[in-house]
Design a protein around this ligand. Structure first.
Ligand code: PAF
Length: 258
């Protein structure tokens, strides 16, 4: 019997439910975890404010057909004296999310390694929305010989193109109306690159558009999709555009294929 793991931090939306759906298509049994992992939040980040909706999450997962829900208390994941961490380089040090959130991937790989080992599933479903995370956990599982195949699932978007994310709940009505501009800007950028525009100039133009629309851009980068390394020559392997930008106090991330 094949099993699939869907790790989450709760606050479930249709993006998570798509992971469950893909898990059910890939395997005979699906295990979902709900755990807001403190190790991937830096002091001053939104750990306390992170939306916690466990009751409705469990209802959604039951309705979606999940076979097992694992929602451990903090001490079950990190017992007193816990002092081990899984640290990775490669895609985890690509200079994207790791640049503004240097603590983040070590927290993610530590908890994901624990969940992979505890669940012992054949597959684990991860959203492409967190593209760097997808690459990091894929590499981590391979490097540590954890026999779980990581499967990337395409981003689920609202009708206006905004990538679904639990943190979208922080957006005001006005910010929510502006937020789809991030995806639109990346789409224009992808078209520019396909049409042979200079990448540096096209990225600068994208940043300018975001700024004009009220975003504070963290990064807009074009990378080799597989490794997340900078693009040295064109045409190269498959490329991916990745971006992070603030709208007020909410940090949005998105990415698309070129
Ligand atoms: O993507 C997330 O929700 C989290 O980073 C994960 C993979 C559940 C680890 O805490």
């Amino acid at each position: 019997m094949r099993t699939a793991l869907v790790p989450t931090m709760g606050a479930l939306h249709n993006g998570h439910l798509r992971l469950v759906e893909m898990g059910l298509r890939t395997a005979d049994r699906v295990v979902t975890t709900i755990f807001v992992n403190p190790q991937q939040f830096a002091p001053g980040e939104d750990l306390d404010a992170y939306p916690r909706t466990e009751k409705s999450d469990v209802e959604k997962l039951r309705a979606a057909g999940v076979h097992l829900i694992f929602a451990p208390p903090l001490l079950e994941m990190y017992q007193e004296g816990f002092c081990t961490s899984v640290s990775t380089a490669g895609p985890a040090k690509a200079g994207l999310e790791d640049k503004s959130r240097p603590h983040f991937f070590e927290g993610v790989t530590t908890v994901v390694a624990k969940l992979f080992i505890a669940a012992g599933c054949d597959y684990a479903m991860f959203g492409e929305k967190d593209f760097q995370q997808l690459k990091v956990v894929t590499k981590m599982a391979r490097d540590l010989s954890i026999p779980t195949s990581v499967i990337g699932v395409p981003t689920v978007r609202a009708d206006d193109g905004l990538a679904l994310a639990s943190r979208n709940a922080y957006l005001s009505e006005e910010q929510r109306s502006i937020a789809p501009m991030l995806h639109q800007t990346l789409q224009h950028l992808a078209t520019d690159i396909r049409n042979g525009k200079n990448m540096t100039r096209a990225c600068s133009a994208a940043k300018k558009t975001l700024k004009q629309n009220g975003f504070k851009t963290d990064y807009v980068e074009i990378r080799v999709a597989e490794t997340l390394e900078p693009v040295k020559s064109v045409p190269e392997a498959e490329l991916r555009i990745l971006a992070a930008a603030w709208l007020g106090k909410t940090r949005l991330i998105d990415n698309i294929a070129v």
